[in-house]
Design a protein. Structure first.
Length: 253
């Protein structure tokens, strides 16, 4: 079974923009940004356990990466940028770091973690993700997401923004989200800093100016970092105009 995706046409002479959403999102997540970039052909992917790919298991990073490669081949995408937010950015960084990827023009990630370093951090993260995975599998999604968006990383959101995001996510399968959360837990992700440092492709990092955690992480990466004004961890949702403008600047030949 192949990953599902939404396709938008553009100038065939330009590279594809391949968009990867965050945890509990789907192919619509990046469209407010991507539809401002209509000169480029665009592919908005539903990751395993999400959207129209909900029935596809994630298994682990290697399996997700293999499905992404198969999808690119199926669309004959031979010239492309990977653009990912949070989980989607981690998948993109893993994908780009595993082997030479023919046709990869560059990598743009927003608010994504390159990987934990210590075993203690990994154990702590696994315990936290297990807690959430059990809740996603067993409890009403509205209640779980109401608490999910109260985590410190979402501190910049106000009550109406939290409620709106939670309402958008209740269509998901709790069991599928639970499985994908553990399959792609940060505790199971390798530290990608060494391979990213040795890359032979451009790498850009975007971060909301109010996202203190990921601003600190960005400083440790060997990549140009752009702070998106008036935004927290969900920069592409909170200020899509600024994100689209930055992408256009990066993509111009």
């Amino acid at each position: 079974m192949s990953l599902r995706a939404a396709v938008r046409a553009g100038d065939s002479a330009r590279p594809w923009l391949v968009f990867l959403h965050g945890f509990s999102g789907d192919c619509r997540e990046w469209q407010a940004v991507g539809e401002r970039l209509t000169d480029w052909p665009r592919l908005y992917i539903d990751l395993p356990g999400h959207g129209a790919s909900a029935a596809i298991p994630g298994v682990d990073f290697a399996a997700v990466s293999a499905r992404l490669q198969d999808l690119l081949v199926s669309y004959n995408i031979l010239n492309y940028w990977l653009i990912g937010y949070s989980l989607g950015g981690r998948v993109a960084m893993y994908f780009a770091s595993q082997q030479a990827r023919a046709g990869l023009r560059g990598l743009i990630v927003e608010g994504s973690h390159p990987g934990l370093i210590s075993d203690a951090e990994r154990r702590q993260r696994r315990e936290g993700d297990l807690h959430w995975a059990r809740r996603f599998a067993r409890e009403p999604l509205g209640e779980v997401f109401a608490d999910w968006y109260r985590q410190p990383v979402f501190a910049s959101l106000n009550e109406s923004q939290r409620a709106a995001l939670a309402a958008q996510k209740v269509h998901n399968s709790g069991v599928a989200l639970s499985e994908m959360l553990m399959a792609t837990s940060l505790s199971a992700q390798p530290d990608l800093r060494p391979t990213l440092a040795g890359r032979d492709y451009p790498f850009y990092y975007l971060c909301g100016e109010r996202d203190e955690k990921f601003r600190a992480l960005a400083r440790a990466l060997d990549a140009p970092c752009t702070l998106i004004p008036l935004a927290g961890h969900n920069a592409h949702r909170e200020n899509p105009d600024a994100v689209a403008l930055r992408l256009a600047e990066i993509l111009q030949p």
